[in-house]
Design a protein. Structure first.
Length: 179
């Protein structure tokens, strides 16, 4: 009789364990390092090509759901410079020019959403800074220069060129003397 009662209680305990509900927050995604909610900063050169990979996004979900990433906001909001490609790749979608950029950095708020039944949404901050590159060709200050030297000018003597338009003196050195 006692053995039967023990089996009964054991059965009840098993049932109780099986009926423990899954907490609602179980499927809330969590960004993994380095895409922590506190933020990650990347620096890109101003001459990167469109489509450059900035970050491969990653998040975990206790509910084993499929996680989708999206850019919630970009600051400044225009022009749009980034997108998420192939589901997880944060890439550039426009060119950059350090000299004319209204802002030298962009702050992106990225959300991770799980398709699990009791899903939640996590947000991470990614800051992308644009670095200056010497991407400008040298430019002469004038198109035409002129100078006159004596025919017996020795090699190494300084001669003075004058710019055709600005008449601004500049110094050069003779590297070869002719007869
Ligand atoms: Ca530039
Ligand atoms: Ca530059």
């Amino acid at each position: 009789m006692g053995s039967s009662r023990a089996k009964h209680w054991a059965f009840m305990v098993v049932i109780a364990v099986l009926w423990i509900p899954v907490p609602l927050f179980a499927a809330t995604p969590v960004f993994t390092v380095p895409d922590t909610p506190s933020g990650k900063t990347y620096t890109i050169n101003e001459n990167v090509v469109i489509g450059t990979l900035i970050d491969t996004l990653s998040a975990t979900d206790a509910g084993n759901g499929v996680i989708a990433f999206s850019i919630q906001t970009q600051t400044p909001s225009t022009p749009s410079k980034f997108a998420i490609d192939n589901g997880v790749q944060l890439v550039t979608t426009a060119s950059f020019d350090y000299e004319t950029e209204a802002s030298k950095s962009y702050v992106l708020y990225i959300t991770a959403t799980s398709n699990a039944a009791a899903s939640g949404t996590a947000t991470a901050t990614v800051t992308v800074s644009v670095a200056d590159v010497n991407d400008n060709r040298p430019v002469f200050s004038s198109d035409i220069y002129f100078a006159s030297i004596a025919e017996n000018t020795a090699s190494g003597n300084r001669i003075v060129f004058k710019q055709y338009l600005l008449v601004r003196p500049m110094s050069l050195f003779v590297t070869e003397a002719s007869n």
